[in-house]
Design a protein around this ligand. Structure first.
Ligand code: RIB
Length: 301
């Protein structure tokens, strides 16, 4: 089964700081890192490193394009549907890491150039049962189009609604798995999911919109799936170094394992272990663990 990831490809420039600067203030940081990222690309790499077969669909630019291309090659992601647009920059993310939190600022650059023609070309070979995985860092019209095409082809669709932005009501019935974090879930429902009551209320609100399943990631409280099945999963505690791409790791790993026929609870457990390893390392794609590293994680969630 193939997983088509239609989404963003960014170069991440990250710096760690002790305290956010005020307006007009300059502060010193440390641990500068330039590393391939982007929610789409991170999820594709997580799929591939989790034993899945990822096809990346997106655009890179002249600036940083070669580095981003090499990252896909070294992870083994199929990039025949990644278009290079030489005269603009690749997507760029400025990441400021403060303790266990990060703040991300994005210039979409080439990510804004994804077209219907590119999506059509990529999905031409897709078969019923293949997976489409997308996020909101490419133009919304393209996300809606990709989900619509995938449903027509009887693919299983995953939407990670990040970063949160208003979606047309027509999009939700085309989503088999909606995967928001707490902030995103609150954006779409007006309910911040923190305790059982609010988590359930939030999930049912989203299910009523027409998505088949909702999987909310809850940070230190783990994750909770609602829909055809209900599954609650904890976390694997670890020393947190950088939260960047932990959610992407969870989503890509979960999708890869579902594609391999795993039960949702087993796929969530694997994804929780994988995300815990990403949290313990700095960077995005370079922090995502291989299957062998995940399998070596011991203990219970
Ligand atoms: O989810 C983490 C990612 O968000 C980063 O890699 C950054 O590029 C932004 O897309």
């Amino acid at each position: 089964m193939t997983l088509y990831v239609i989404g963003s490809i960014n170069m991440d420039l990250s710096i760690q700081i002790d305290k956010m600067p005020q307006i007009g203030e300059t502060r010193l940081g440390s641990h500068f890192l330039a590393t391939p990222g982007g929610k789409g690309a991170n999820q594709a790499v997580a799929v591939q490193k989790s034993g899945g077969k990822a096809v990346m669909v997106g655009c890179i630019g002249g600036e940083f394009g070669q580095d981003l291309r090499e990252a896909f090659i070294s992870a083994g992601v199929d990039m025949q549907n990644v278009t290079m647009i030489p005269d603009i920059s690749s997507g760029l993310a400025i990441i400021i890491i403060e303790g266990n939190n990060n703040r991300i600022l994005i210039d979409p650059g080439a990510n804004g150039q994804v077209t219907k023609a590119l999506i059509d070309q990529a999905l031409e070979a897709a078969l019923p049962g293949d997976i489409l995985l997308t996020q909101l860092e490419i133009p919304l019209e393209m996300v809606c189009y990709a989900l619509e095409c995938a449903k027509k082809k009887r693919m299983t669709t995953f939407l990670n609604p990040a970063p949160a932005l208003a979606l047309p009501d027509s999009v939700f019935p085309n989503v088999d798995y909606l995967l928001p974090n707490q902030t995103e879930a609150a954006f779409y429902t007006g309910i911040y999911p923190i305790q059982e009551d609010s988590i359930r209320a939030c999930a049912f609100h989203l299910l009523k919109k027409g998505v088949k399943n909702v999987l909310i990631t809850l940070g230190e409280s783990g994750s909770w799936l609602f829909g055809e099945k209900e599954v609650r999963m904890g976390i694997y505690p670890i020393n947190v170094v950088d939260t960047t791409a932990a959610g992407d790791t969870f989503i890509g790993a979960f999708a890869a394992k579902l594609a391999s026929g795993w039960l949702e609870e087993d796929a969530m457990r694997y994804a929780a272990k994988a995300a815990s390893i990403t949290l313990s390392r700095q960077g995005a794609q370079k922090a995502i663990p291989t299957e062998a590293e995940v399998t070596a994680v011991e203990g219970k969630e």
